[in-house]
Ligand binder design. Structure first.
Ligand code: GTP
Ligand code: MG
Length: 205
């Protein structure tokens, strides 16, 4: 699949405000600063469609991007940003939980994990939450351009081992770099395949 068209579709503070047109959607989620917005831009081949920041915690809303007038990419606010108040963090948790639990068109979540850092408890906890809610997810390892091939593979092995302490098998994984475009074709092919299954059952779309 190629992205022929991409457009910012809106930002919403809660699930009840999100589009109701039944199009399939895919959510990017992960720690603050992991590279979610950069990945949206990379997939769309548009530098500024999603806002990127050196300051973590930039994305505070559910940001929707309509791709090829067919499906949505959703850039979710990052978790684990230390400098926000406890109250804000609880608000975030409530918003994301409600979104994930109730979003009827969500096909899959992509949990973004920084390929440069050792396994993080907060990522593992988040994956466990998705599992408890039976939400299908894949992993996208981000910023793969920053490490040498063997360093990358060593760190990914550590992360995989940590995941396997909680899970019987690994979820589908993608290795990506928003700088080089690595992983783009694989991610789009995966989304295309899931979309095809969805459209087979929704021929009104
Ligand atoms: P929040 O919205 O704050 O949760 O952050 P985010 O997950 O959307 O991260 P964002 O895309 O804003 O990127 C954070 C920082 O990481 C920026 O300085 C990016 O330039 C950098 N970055 C993102 N992706 C890559 C990548 O593939 N390679 C490298 N080297 N840097 C990256
Ligand atoms: Mg962002």
């Amino acid at each position: 699949m190629e992205v022929k068209q991409s457009a910012f579709a809106g930002s919403y503070a809660k699930e009840t405000q999100c589009p109701r047109d039944g199009k399939p959607e895919y959510a990017f989620i992960g720690r603050s600063n992991v590279g979610k917005s950069s990945l949206v831009n990379m997939l769309c081949k548009r530098k500024g469609i999603a806002r990127i920041s050196r300051t973590p915690g930039k994305t505070q809303l559910l940001n929707y991007f309509l791709i090829n007038e067919e499906w949505y990419l959703v850039d979710l606010p990052g978790y684990g940003y230390a400098k926000i108040s406890k109250k804000k963090r609880q608000e975030w948790q409530r918003m994301i939980r409600t979104y994930l639990k109730t979003r009827y068109t969500l096909q899959s979540a992509f949990v973004l994990i920084d390929s440069n850092v050792p396994p993080q408890e907060i990522d593992l906890e988040f994956m466990n939450e998705l599992g408890a809610e039976q939400i299908p997810f894949s992993i996208v390892y981000t910023k793969a351009d920053r490490l040498k091939v063997h360093e990358l593979e060593e760190n990914l092995e550590k992360i995989r081992a940590a995941i396997l302490e909680h899970w019987e098998e690994l979820p589908p994984e993608f290795i990506s770099s928003s700088n080089t475009g690595r992983g783009r074709a694989e991610l789009l092919a995966y989304i295309h395949q899931v979309n095809q299954q969805y459209f087979e059952h929704h021929d009104d779309l």
